[in-house]
Structure formats: C-alpha cells, structure tokens
Design a protein around this ligand. Sequence first.
Ligand code: PHE
Length: 353
Amino acid sequence: LRDQLLAAIDTASALDTLEACRVEALGKQGRVTQLLKTLGAMSPEQRQVEGPAIHGLREAVTAAIATRKTALEQLALDARLSAERVDLTLPVDATPTGTIHPVSQVMDELAEIFADLGFAVATGPELETDWHNFTALNIPETHPARAMHDTFYLAGQEGTGGIDDRETPRVLRTHTSPVQIRTMLANKPPIRIIAPGRTYRSDSDATHTPMFHQVEGLVIDKGITLGHLKWTLETFLKAFFERDDIVLRLRPSYFPFTEPSAEIDVGYTIEKGKRVIGGHPGGQGGGGWLEVLGSGMVHPKVIAACGLDPAEWQGFAFGCGIDRLAMLKYGMDDLRAFFDGDIRWLKHYGFSA
Ligand code: PHE
C-alpha cells in the first residue's frame, strides 16, 4: 500500500491530481484513515507492532504530499514566469501624442499652396482699431457691419476713439481684411500675401461660432485684372480640393472695399450618393453650388487710403472662411465641434504630425 500511495503522489502532474491522492489516502474515507481506525480494535501486542507502522505510513504520505506540492507550485511559477517574461528588447510604446487640429492643417495647406504662387504670409492683430477694420476699408459709419450685434467692442471703448483713430484698439476684428490695410501701409507694391487668422462676430449656431477663422488674400501690382483673380482662385481651389475638374461660378456681389465684387461658388456633384466638390453641377448626377469665397478688385478708395495712387496700382482681394473649407474637404458637419476641445473629436478628425 505504501509504495502504491507514494508512487501516485510522486507522479501527480498537477495540484488537483495531488489533492485527489491526499483524499484517497488521508481523507475521511481514506485508506490510511481506515487503517488508523482498525488500531482501536487490536490487542495491545498487535497495536504495539501495527501502531508505529500505520502512523509511520501516515507521516510518510503527508511528507510526500508536501514535497510534491512544493515541486508542483515551483513548476507552475516557472511556467508563469517564462510566459509573462518582460522582453526588454521590444520597442517601447510611443508616448501618446496629440493631433493637428483641422484648422491648423488647412492653414498649413493654404500657406503651402499660395507659397507656390508666390504669396507670402502676413499677419495682423486680433484687437483692431475701428479705422483698420472699417474706415480704411470704405465701410461707412452707417454700414450694418458696424452694428453692435455683429461686432464685439472692447469694454469701455464703445464710445471712444473716432473712426479716424488709427491707434486705439476698439474691436475684435470682424474679418481679416484689415490685414490688407496694414500690409499696404507697411510695404511697397508689388504685394502678394495671404493672411490667415482668427476673426470674431457675435453669432452662434451650427455653422457660426463667435470666433472663427478666415484667410485673406491680396495682390497689388500694375495691370491686375479680374482674370488674374479668377485664375488664382481656380488654381488654389484645384490644389486644395485635389481635383482638376473644379468649376467656379462668379456671382456679382457687394463689398464696400472691392469694386466690382464677386462671390465665388464652387460646383459640387453627387458621387456614389455622396456630395463631392468638383465636376459640373449641370451633369447627369445632379449637384449644385456652394459659396466659398468673397472677392473683388480692390476699391480705389482703399488703395488711396493706404497712400497709393489708384491710377498706378490695382489689385484684387479675397476672403474665405477656413473652418468652412475644412468642413467641405474633411466632412465635418457641426462647426461648434471645432472649438469644443473634445479629445475624441480631435483624435478622429485631427492629423498626425
Ligand atoms: N471681408 C469679407 C468678409 O468677411 C470677405 C472679403 C475679403 C470680400 C476680401 C472681398 C475681398 O466677408
């Protein structure tokens, strides 16, 4: 019996098999337990012989189980250690990085496209004077763009600073057009610049936020015509939307600082049930026009306000919502999400560096 029990214990291959061996030998109905029970019925002489033998058997079995248990536990631990070993030669996970906001991405794309056309990037302050934001741009004092409900005035500045004050910031610029003025005052023509940046109007819904982004374009040179304007915008939009079949529509419009003025629509068509910029809207698949830009020939009064002779210098200008460009190219539908800072949105729509 002893050899049988010890052999079973030594070959137990797992902890549960070993436990079965223990129950078989030492459990309530176990074989060693049964033997111990027989001691009571023995004669004293017999017990003197059998007693130590049976107790010895119990001790041997108990010790064997303990030894085997330690061995099995060690085996299990070794297996776990080799399975879970940390491989120090593996490359580490890259540190989590943020993404490039679609607005920043589009600004970079704009700068790159226009750089190829010979345009430099210009900037101006977001806190503007009344004169740069309105007066010099031929926006008379009665123009609706000056009304309080559109323009954010700086606290305490509503009533001060005349429309000819070129020093005191009074408004959050309502468009990037004041950069036209600052550029013409600071540089001699020929001028070719774009001016991307933040602009502000008191307005808020799915397609308007109080802060938004525009890019201004300005060319001042000799003999500039509407043809230059159209070619430039067509070349820009083809590069931006990455399609050769971009169709433009120039719609007569009004801006105080350009004459003539045109709003630029870009044609879209339906491809596989989706609206895509490009193709002629008159085609079979249907489609339509989307307004993307305001533009025109720089008004002679604006050129004169900057100290240049309108008889010598002409030019064109355009202004365009950057957020809207991003929405059209990358397919977002709610402008407000641009400025919520929701990390999931940024991960989804953002660009890797
Ligand atoms: N500043 C105009 C706007 O905010 C856009 C524009 C810029 C129009 C330049 C013509 C020329 O809507």
